[in-house]
Write a protein that binds this ligand. Structure first.
Ligand code: XBP
Ligand code: MG
Length: 257
């Protein structure tokens, strides 16, 4: 068994609950600013999240929910323009400090760095959104904590395709068995497992009911000393929060559950 060397983190829903009160709100404001009366409420957004990628999500919304919408002549530019506007609003939202990291994320990142583990991001979201989140929710130099930021259109096939994880591993010159992935969604787990990575899942309100078959451990949060996680699938002994010792145990276990 190879030694654990790297940790690859999904962003939205895993590092922070960015979707309902972040991306969703920003999408709606961008639509309003463009004079469109589209409103993505909480429930609808939960369904739309099945499609990863903001541009892909807008196209899917039009195809599925507004098939009669008269598409502008320059359709791709229209979608890209809306998406850029959304990302600008999203960055402003993050700058107000409105979206914190999920419980245990900062602690685990700090412990992992101290233990010499190498960190990476593997996400469907746009690179500028990753930069904004890390700068505002983690630390001014938060982006530099990560050796590789694999994000957005860097690979054409987004999650659930494994490509973004495979790309990140290649950049780090790591084999999948030398690393662990952290995810929050079914599409994310399909991507990480597809790349051969053992995966720890922290669920959230949007993903609680997803199918996490094949994940090594599913918990409600990473947890903190004094604020334990709940195990939804898998086993953990020792402290009831995810720390580097638990990561090493999960990594060493031969079989996913
Ligand atoms: C989540 C996504 C993203 C975000 C929005 O990705 O699917 O599309 O919802 O970000 P992950 P963009 O969980 O892999 O981070 O609009 O920039 O795509
Ligand atoms: Mg996610």
């Amino acid at each position: 068994m190879s030694e654990l060397q790297g940790l690859l983190f999904d962003v939205d829903g895993t590092l922070a609950d960015t979707e309902r009160d972040g991306h969703r709100v920003a999408f709606n404001q961008a639509f309003a600013a463009a004079g469109l009366n589209w409103e993505w409420d909480d429930a609808l957004y939960g369904e739309l999240l099945r499609v990863t990628g903001g541009k892909e999500r807008i196209r899917h919304y039009l195809d599925t929910y507004l098939p009669d919408f008269k598409r502008p002549h320059a359709y791709e530019a229209f979608v890209t323009g809306l998406h850029h506007a959304k990302n600008r609003i999203y960055a402003e939202l993050l700058a107000t400090g409105g979206i914190p990291l999920r419980p245990g994320v900062r602690r685990l990142l700090e412990e992992a760095r101290a233990a010499g583990l190498r960190l990476a991001v593997a996400t469907t979201t746009s690179p500028e959104n990753v930069s904004a989140l890390l700068a505002h929710a983690l630390a001014a130099d938060g982006e530099s904590w990560f050796e590789v930021i694999a994000a957005g259109d860097i690979v054409p096939a987004k999650k659930p395709a494994p490509d973004i994880y495979t790309w990140a591993l290649k950049e780090m010159d790591l084999k999948p068995e030398q690393a662990l992935a952290f995810e929050d969604s079914e599409n994310g787990v399909r991507a990480s497992l597809g790349a051969g990575l053992k995966t720890i899942v922290t669920v959230n309100e949007y993903t609680r009911t997803h199918d996490f078959s094949g994940a090594a451990l599913v918990v409600d949060q990473l947890g903190e000393p004094g604020a334990p996680f709940k195990i939804l699938k898998g086993q953990a002994s020792g402290p009831m929060y995810v720390d580097v010792a638990l990561l090493r145990k999960v990594h060493a276990e031969a079989k996913a559950v």
